[in-house]
Design a protein around this ligand. Structure first.
Ligand SMILES: [Fe+2]
Length: 245
């Protein structure tokens, strides 16, 4: 089975449309999403509509959670807070209730999907370092966990000796996975990459060949920037897209 795994769309419909057409070209069997459908970008309703209409299974991200929780705003930086307030006024009740029902974790046959971490205390903890990954490896019940949240594609691997190693997911790299290792794999962000490369990111996981491919794609950043400015979102949220962080 070939899975297209997308995350952190962040209301960027231009990037989402390109990601989906790339996934069609690459003939994936199933597309799944790892949360943060909304937040930051100018087209939340449209992005949620696509996820719903294509029946793409998604988990809940912290921005998705913030859409329905006023208290959670306190954990956001100013830009994220301004954007989620703007988003609340922009989306339909149907979108709000769809987002509210998203699960935090989904276990599939070959892998587990989550947004931030498998920490019992904080599902939105960041996994940046090998140390951060320990708790999620402890709670991982499948050989592989796919996640997003930091918007930085990469692979944490754990061998039998329990040593955790990390490599960045370089653009267009295909990485073979070992069947006696366990993995936590960050798929990067469709709509707001933060690894210094201003290209959308997703991965393809082939469960038979046991490999992952880090795909990057161009999209019309100028168009998204103009919508961000025109719709009254903080200009920085548009500027950062050109820089990829
Ligand atoms: Fe995010």
């Amino acid at each position: 089975m070939r899975y297209g795994i997308i995350s952190d769309i962040h209301s960027n419909i231009e990037a989402l449309n390109v990601a989906l057409s790339n996934l069609t070209e690459k003939q994936v069997d199933i597309i799944v999403a790892l949360g943060d459908i909304v937040g930051y970008g100018p087209d939340p309703e449209e992005c949620v509509n696509i996820i719903m209409s294509k029946s793409i299974v998604s988990v809940m991200g912290n921005h998705d959670f913030g859409l329905n929780s006023l208290d959670y705003e306190n954990y956001f930086n100013t830009y994220a807070r301004d954007a989620i307030r703007w988003t609340r006024n922009r989306v339909s009740e149907q979108t709000k209730s769809f987002i509210k029902e998203l699960p935090l974790f989904v276990e599939k046959e070959h892998f587990t999907m989550f947004h931030g971490s498998l920490s019992e205390r904080n599902p939105f903890r960041y996994i940046i370092s090998q140390g951060d990954a320990i708790e999620s490896f402890d709670n991982l019940k499948t050989p592989i966990g796919f996640f997003g949240h930091s918007h930085i594609p990469g692979v944490f691997s754990m061998g039998k000796d329990k040593k955790i190693e990390y490599i960045r997911g370089a653009p267009h790299e295909r990485i073979d996975l070992k069947d006696d290792y366990r993995y936590l794999i960050n798929v990067g962000s469709v709509g707001q990459p933060r690894d210094g490369i201003p290209l959308g990111s997703f991965i393809i996981f082939d469960s038979e060949l046991l490999n992952v491919e880090f795909v990057r794609f161009k999209y019309d950043i100028e168009k998204v920037y103009n919508k961000i400015i025109g719709r009254g979102l903080p200009p920085f949220l548009g500027e950062r897209l050109f820089m990829g962080f």
